[in-house]
Design a protein around this ligand. Structure first.
Ligand code: SAH
Ligand code: SF4
Ligand code: F3S
Length: 476
């Protein structure tokens, strides 16, 4: 069951290789193949990398056999994430035996964490490039072509890639990510991100707005604003009085068009403001879904994690969200078995979950990461089998909560953005409501396409999907 859980997470979050991208003006001189792991920000970074490589005459391919350059954009968040990447590097090693001129590059968080050590550990790797160094990829490729090992893992206080238009990879043409900030200044003790992504910095709102406008003009209907802690977005234009907070930014993006849905991730319970909630309430097109990671329901453990909120603070946030946004979904992240976690602490986590009635949670067993504060300060003292058993209890409770939650939606009508044909049948559409729940419904006689909005009445629910019928088409 744990494996299943991991698999679900991977299906939702883990990328693949990509086809030649939209508007691909091939022929390119060379081809690159890229795989992405980890969070949405990493996927969006791969789109920035694609843009940089595109300008260098590299076209994307889904077929690694024909690639001149193989890139893997990596994640370090848990031990298992790194193991997955090492397994992939083994596969690439096989390819390189036959084609020694092919280059292999490691990008992203594992590159940043291990730096040049990665070259010693994984002999076949030619390039190691950290998340703030993608502009130097063309120079690094040249170096590697010349037979040198190429490394750039410098972190920056300014880099936001604001001027680079991401090349949308593997797109459905309806939804796209926009990174609004990079890095993280929080020091959650379990977390490797501050070390792999560096200091927090916010991207110029004008460039964010221009990207949203451009996407909308090209037919996209949903943007997700990305940051490790979006609520601490803050931008001041040098030499001017202009100040933009996350609430301001949300409103600006929402004003691009009422037909453009706006989502965002991730909020930190200590930082999400009333202003953000009020802005969400004001704009119908800001989706009513907040990802609000809890991590633990025990104040003592939260303190050890340096999350800087208490259980009560978290519960009050949930109450406030329900007050201002009664139809808002709340989703969550939970870590089971953090250092010193007792059975009582674990019970408190279950109790907060039951109170929060989360729509969905991503749930993990604690994985000690080298160099983090927790690794230096606290023993990883919850035995593996106890972590796993607690995680199973957390997963089971979430399954019940999700099921109840889905059953409550039966009989309701929702505005649904059509995102794709259903995977099960080409006679059905699949889309999501504002709360992010997937709804599948028959196409019937209507002339609809991806990116259209429809009103759908839900008549039944399976685990994870609502099934409905079209009531009407939304005319704009
Ligand atoms: N910035 C986001 C989280 C990014 S990492 C936030 O603050 O919420 C995504 C999730 O991975 C975290 O919320 C946490 O639940 C999980 N995670 C991070 N480090 C972990 C570790 N060492 N072991 C297990 N899970 C971890
Ligand atoms: Fe990691 Fe905490 Fe930053 Fe999230 S807020 S990325 S968990 S340090
Ligand atoms: Fe992983 Fe780095 Fe994202 S560690 S979760 S890819 S910021």
């Amino acid at each position: 069951m744990l494996d299943l859980q991991e698999k679900v997470i991977h299906e939702a979050r883990q990328g693949e290789a990509y086809a030649p991208f939209e508007g691909d003006p091939n022929p390119y001189r060379k081809k690159f193949y890229i795989e992405s792991y980890g969070c949405a920000m990493n996927f969006n970074d791969s789109e920035i990398v694609a843009s940089i490589l595109n300008d260098e005459g590299f076209g994307a391919t889904r077929n690694m056999e024909e690639a001149d350059l193989i890139l893997v954009n990596t994640c370090s968040i848990r031990e298992k994430a790194e193991q997955t990447v090492r397994n992939r590097l083994n596969v690439f090693r096989g390819l390189k035996k036959d084609r020694p001129e092919m280059l292999v590059g490691v990008l992203g968080c594992m590159a940043e964490r291990l730096k040049a050590k990665l070259l010693d550990e994984e002999k076949l790797v030619d390039m190691v490039v950290g998340p703030d160094a993608y502009r130097s990829l063309p120079a690094l490729i040249n170096e590697a072509d010349g037979g040198q090992k190429a490394v750039n893992v410098l972190l920056s206080r300014e880099e936001t890639y604001a001027d680079i238009a991401p090349v949308r990879l593997d797109t459905n043409g309806v939804s796209a990510f926009i990174s609004i900030m990079r890095g993280c200044n929080n020091m959650c003790t379990f977390c490797v991100v501050p070390f792999t992504r560096g200091r927090e910095r916010s991207r110029d709102p004008h460039s964010i707005l221009a990207e949203a406008q451009d996407l909308f003009a090209r037919g996209y209907k949903e943007v997700t604003l990305l940051g490790q802690n979006v609520d601490s977005y803050y931008y001041t234009t040098p030499g001017s009085e202009e100040e933009v907070t996350f609430a301001n930014l949300l409103a600006l993006v929402a004003q691009v068009s009422p037909q453009l849905r706006v989502r965002f991730s991730t909020s930190h319970p200590k930082d999400i403001t009333d202003d953000v909630l009020q802005t969400m309430a004001r704009y119908e097109n800001i989706c009513k879904c907040i990802h609000l990671p809890l991590q633990s329901g025990s104040t003592r453990v939260l303190q050890l994690m340096n999350r800087t909120y208490t259980k009560e603070w978290y519960l009050r946030k949930v109450d406030r969200i329900r007050e201002v946004l009664p139809d808002c979904a709340i989703t969550c992240d939970i870590i089971s078995g953090f250092c010193t976690e007792t059975e009582e602490d674990h019970q408190e986590t279950l109790a907060v979950m039951a109170y929060g009635k989360f729509d969905l949670s991503y749930m993990y067993a604690y994985s000690e990461r080298p160099g983090t504060l927790a690794q230096r300060r606290y023993p990883d003292d919850v035995p593996e089998e106890v972590k796993k058993r607690r995680l199973i209890e957390v997963v089971d409770l979430q399954r019940q909560l999700s099921q109840q939650n889905f059953e409550q939606e039966v009989g309701k009508t929702f505005t649904v953005l059509i995102e794709a044909e259903s995977r099960r049948s080409d006679q059905d559409w699949s889309g999501r409501n504002s709360q992010g729940k997937v709804i599948v419904f028959p196409k019937e006689q209507y002339e609809l396409k991806k990116g259209d909005y429809v009103i759908v009445k839900v008549h039944s629910a399976t685990s994870g999907t609502l099934i409905g019928k079209i009531e009407s088409i939304v005319e704009w």
